[in-house]
Design a protein around this ligand. Structure first.
Ligand code: NI
Length: 134
């Protein structure tokens, strides 16, 4: 089994909050990420696909193809967007890194033509990342 990974970056804004709570209560729960007017992050994602090497091409999955799929299924929906309001697949979901990973997985899972989606890593800052394996 070979694991291939494509890294991409995007910039997006979000606000972590529960609408039924006051700003103060949201601050207690979510800290600075609940600031009422939102804030941005430069996100990095790493998408890993696992599969067997196709003996004809020598590829698991052509990385150009993987790049294109990530672009169309993810990047155009999140880059320079507000995840709370602009991104259809995040509607009604608190845009924590955990939930973003799961939503990205759902976006990509069925779209990988060769091999299988193995993991999605998301870095919100340099020092921590979140990983989802379905
Ligand atoms: Ni944040």
């Amino acid at each position: 089994m070979i694991y291939i990974t494509r890294r991409e970056t995007f910039a997006a804004s979000h606000r972590l909050y529960r609408p039924e709570l006051s700003d103060e209560e949201n601050y207690k729960l979510f800290g600075k990420c609940s600031n009422p007017n939102g804030h941005g992050h430069n996100y990095t994602i790493e998408i890993t696909v696992a599969g067997e090497v196709d003996p004809y091409t020598g590829f698991v999955l052509d990385l150009k193809k993987l790049k294109e799929i990530i672009q169309n299924e993810i990047i155009i929906h999140v880059d320079h967007k507000n995840l709370n309001v602009d991104t259809q697949f995040m509607k009604g979901i608190i845009p924590t890194s955990e939930n973003i990973c799961i939503a990205l997985w759902k976006q990509l899972e069925d779209k990988i033509p060769n091999g299988k989606l193995f993991s999605i890593k998301l870095y919100e800052t340099e020092n921590n990342y979140f990983e989802y394996r379905g």
